[in-house]
Design a protein around this ligand. Sequence first.
Ligand SMILES: [Ca+2]
Ligand SMILES: [Ca+2]
Length: 249
Amino acid sequence: MIMMDNDIYGNTTTNEQKRTTASQQSGAEQGDGFRRYRRAAVCLGLLGLVLLGVAAFLCIKYRTERDQILESYTGLHEDLLANYSSCEKQKVQLETNYSSLVKERDQLSSLRSMLEAKVTQLEKQFQEFNCRIFQSATEDTWNMSRKYCREKGGDLVMIKSKEKQTVLNEMRLNGWIGLSDESVEGKWTWVDTTTANQTFWDEGQPDNWGSVDEDCAVFHSKDDDPPLTWHDHKCSSKHLAICEKSAFQ
Ligand SMILES: [Ca+2]
Ligand SMILES: [Ca+2]
């Protein structure tokens, strides 16, 4: 019986030891599992933080770039509007200038037609006088101007009628005419030696101005009617030549 008790006691102890060992093994396993779970949780937490940080960084970067693009677009839009406004103003200005130029062109065209008609009329009138009028390009003395006209087949112009005087004045000519009193003071004669019976001296002319011997006649066009345009000048002074020659030369 005693042996049986010992056996029972021994078995009980062994069983308890086994349970204790099993319990310890189970506790150790639970501890390991808990640590693995904790490490896994920590890793997941860290991963989550990393992902959160990356997401926050990407979000900030996206917003920054978006703001920069919007700002750039706004600036570009304002520049385009400003350029468009400037172009519109230039367009209006160019249209105004164009209209002004067209108007000016039409006026000039009208003036040209009028002048051409006037020239045609004057040429016709000079054909009636059987002469053609031309001028020198440079100013010279009376004698040198007469020489110029003669070398061109003509002479300094003679004016023996009011009609011719009027036509020359309408041509707005200025220069020497073929009239002088060099031979006899006060006796004005034409280059063909005839005496000037009908004259068109300006008011106060001839006057030998300043007691200078002024012996040659100059034609100065003016708007007065009748056109009194002649002045006596020193023959050595310089003016353009008003020449005439036969219309048939
Ligand atoms: Ca004189
Ligand atoms: Ca004079």
